[in-house]
Design a protein around this ligand. Sequence first.
Ligand SMILES: Nc1nc2c(ncn2[C@@H]2O[C@H](COP(=O)(O)OP(=O)(O)OP(=O)(O)O)[C@@H](O)[C@H]2O)c(=O)[nH]1
Ligand SMILES: [Zn+2]
Length: 352
Amino acid sequence: MTDAGAGMSLPELGWGPRFQSQLDLDEFETCRPARVAEVHRNGLDLISEAGPERIETGPALPSRAFAVGDWLLLERDSGRPVRRLDRFSEMKRRAAGTGREVQLIAANVDTLFITSSCNADFNPPRLERYLALAEQADVTPLIVLTKADLADDVDRYVDRARALLPGLIVEPVDARDPDGLSALRPWCGRGQTVALVGSSGVGKSTLINALSGLDLATQGIREDDAKGRHTTTARSLHRIAGGGWIIDTPGMRALRLLDAEEGVAAVFADIADLAAACRFGDCSHDREPGCAVREAIEDGRLDPARLDRYRKLQREDRRNSESLAEQRDRDRALGKLYRSAQTAARDRRGNR
Ligand SMILES: Nc1nc2c(ncn2[C@@H]2O[C@H](COP(=O)(O)OP(=O)(O)OP(=O)(O)O)[C@@H](O)[C@H]2O)c(=O)[nH]1
Ligand SMILES: [Zn+2]
């Protein structure tokens, strides 16, 4: 069950006009809303004004249609689930491993805390990927730089992070110190929902513990994965001391972008602006004459590494967003190309 408490008002749970306005008159009278705190294979853990409860899911409303943070209408009398309400934000990704499945990460999130440590974990391409995810999901991103207490050049990390996106908020913290997290509190107020992403070991659990006053390590949500590493496996909604909610999103190490074309474009808006001035509309910024992007690189206005990262994310997004059939076609075409290259090489050897 979730650690969420009982007897909370709807606004405390994150309810507001954007959900209320989705109800018709009949639903007003016969239904009550509940928020999804945890998704299980055959059921959902919910929190509502009535406190925590567990419902069964079935073929009509399967578990996979829900994400942590979703709002659901239940029939007041029977407790039966009626429908899921539209989300104002939605984080999703392509499932890790070889799976092609789309995985919902979280819904109705206001702010994404993108965590990175002030050490070798600090990785601009990874941060840009998370930023693209936030942009795409309509969630406000904020960079939380953990282990600031261990670094002696914190400002350099802060500057590098700020340079990733105009206006980006970057907060260096010691995640172990609840009193030092005041800069994060405004994002964690009553009814606000925060999600957390970042590599293993950067301090996500520590941060959640410090913000919520919980001890996740004792909550039994850690288990060994196949490689014997400790990983946090459950995705759930935790109450933050002072009002808000925080969603832990484990397993985000293998984040793969999906349908994030706009998010990627938003994170690299400077390059898109430059590209608008290229002579050719379909300029690949490679060797074309009149290329404004290359010009900016030559002038030192644009970091060439940033262009590379932009291209890489674009490719990744396109590849992940392809349908299964498209991928099969492309793999087949590649196989054919490979075989014909092999044949040509064999022919050449034969002719010698
Ligand atoms: N000095 C210092 N140590 C920290 C800080 N944040 C986390 N740590 C330590 O770093 C280690 C890893 O922190 P976790 O909170 O378990 O990291 P995590 O991101 O939850 O890791 P996963 O569950 O594997 O994803 C722990 O020993 C923490 O005490 C910080 O800001 N300063
Ligand atoms: Zn160009």
